[in-house]
Write a protein that binds this ligand. Structure first.
Ligand code: UTP
Length: 408
């Protein structure tokens, strides 16, 4: 696009304010601004006008989880299958670390957060320690892909370098970047981060596989002949990575994907539930659950929708390739967005001030023909750090780490 066409693009999308400072910019800054506008996907803005009522009727049913008792009974068998897959080099792990962690309010990549008390213990370190438990048992390393964003890539790579990859072999760690999309105010106007740049934010965790492909890593996955990818979030310090029991159970049950789930702490817990929608696996968010669904009981008189997802999924690699070019649903999420105000001054809001556009990894599950909900015990495997204090916070995670005899 030439500059005239880019100006036209802003006019058509009613975003001409993006050019407000253009006369104050030098040529390099102008180049940056115009190329950001050119690359920005303005069709996302249409999502703001989509009404809830336009959503189609959904037929939701419970999906039976593989519960802990049954897992325990078959533990050895599942674990042997999973360890074999790891030894054969068929398993890869993908850490989703491109988020901005705004709720935690830490200005570095979340994985650099130190949960230690008497000693340093970084979130990234916790994850690598957990991974090493598995690779030591399997006596084989697992390729560890780390998704970063444009904003945290350099810090993340430098941190791993500085800490010598926390003793994981460097050649097995591969970083890649996810794409960025513009963030808007409540009127749908794109925020600016400076006079020559838009407020761009990572496009959600749902694009991880396509971002891997764009970064050239699908080639790596295929060259290594990986058959299973375990994808998980950065913030759960008790995260079991490439858990052989989980992998083995998914294979044994003939599934193409699996999700680690925890028994809900209480019926209204704010956690997405792995269900069936129109016969296919789907995660229903807590705010989408009706009272009837929340209180529905099964034949054992237990809550029918009782297992919440922990953002730890395993996918059969060939199935991911099949859905690679499928358009994922775009979620419009209310967030705090730093920006410059009408006087060109930087503002870091302390409450939400607009929307970001995100695709979500959980929506990939619905594109799979089946998914095994695999129960894990939350006290041993689920300690997410979302907030600085209160629920799912540094405090709760520290308590759970101690409960699991991890020195802090
Ligand atoms: P969250 O939903 O907790 O989002 O991400 P966040 O951006 O990290 O945190 P808040 O909401 O601003 O406080 C869940 C997981 O998905 C990753 C995060 O790094 C985390 O591991 N993620 C999220 C990405 O990799 N990319 C994204 O664009 C968003």
């Amino acid at each position: 696009m030439n500059r005239q066409e880019i100006i036209k693009k802003t006019e058509e999308a009613k975003q001409t304010h993006l050019l407000k400072y253009v006369d104050e910019l030098n040529e390099k800054e102008k180049e940056q601004l115009f190329s950001q506008i050119e690359e920005a996907d303005f069709s996302l803005l249409d999502k703001l006008n989509e009404k809830q009522s336009e959503k189609k009727e959904r037929f939701i049913q419970p999906l039976k989880a593989l519960e802990w008792d049954e897992i325990n009974e078959h533990h050895q068998e599942y674990e042997a299958i999973g360890l074999e897959q790891i030894r054969l080099g068929k398993v890869g792990a993908v850490l989703l670390a491109g988020g901005q962690g705004t709720r935690l309010g830490f200005d570095k990549p979340k994985g650099m957060f130190n949960v230690g008390l008497e000693k340093d213990l970084f979130i990234f370190e916790c994850l690598i320690n957990n991974l090493l438990e598995v690779t030591n048992k399997a006596n084989a390393y697992i390729p560890f892909y780390i998704m970063c964003s444009e904003k945290n890539y350099e810090d993340t790579v430098a941190f791993f370098e500085e800490h010598n990859y926390f003793s994981y072999p460097k050649e097995y760690v591969l970083f890649f970047k996810q794409e960025m999309v513009p963030a808007v105010d409540y009127q749908g106007k794109i925020y600016m981060e400076s006079k020559c740049s838009l407020s761009l934010s990572p496009n959600g965790n749902g694009g991880w596989f396509s971002s891997m492909a764009k970064a050239g890593l699908l080639k790596d996955v295929k060259e290594r002949k990986l058959e299973w990818l375990n994808v998980f979030s950065v913030d759960n310090v008790l995260q079991r990575i490439a858990d052989p029991v989980f992998i083995g159970a998914t294979i044994k049950h003939g599934c193409v994907s699996g999700g680690k789930v925890v028994r809900k702490a209480e019926p209204h817990e704010k956690i997405g539930v792995l269900c069936l929608e129109d016969g296919k696996p789907q995660i229903v968010e807590y705010y989408e659950m009706t009272q009837d669904m929340i209180s529905l009981r099964n034949e054992k008189n237990e809550l029918a929708y009782n297992f919440g997802v922990t953002l730890n999924y395993i996918f059969k690699e060939e199935k991911l390739e099949e859905i690679l070019n499928t358009n994922m649903p775009i979620h419009v999420v209310e967030k705090k967005i730093p920006h410059i105000n009408e006087n060109g001054e930087m503002i870091s809001p302390d409450k939400p001030n607009g929307y970001k556009f995100e695709t979500l990894a959980l929506d990939m599950v619905h594109l799979m023909e089946n998914c095994l909900p695999f129960e894990c015990i939350r006290e041993h495997e689920f300690a997410p750090i979302k907030n600085a204090t209160g629920v799912d916070s540094v405090e709760t995670a520290r308590a759970l780490l101690k409960l699991n005899n991890i020195e802090l």
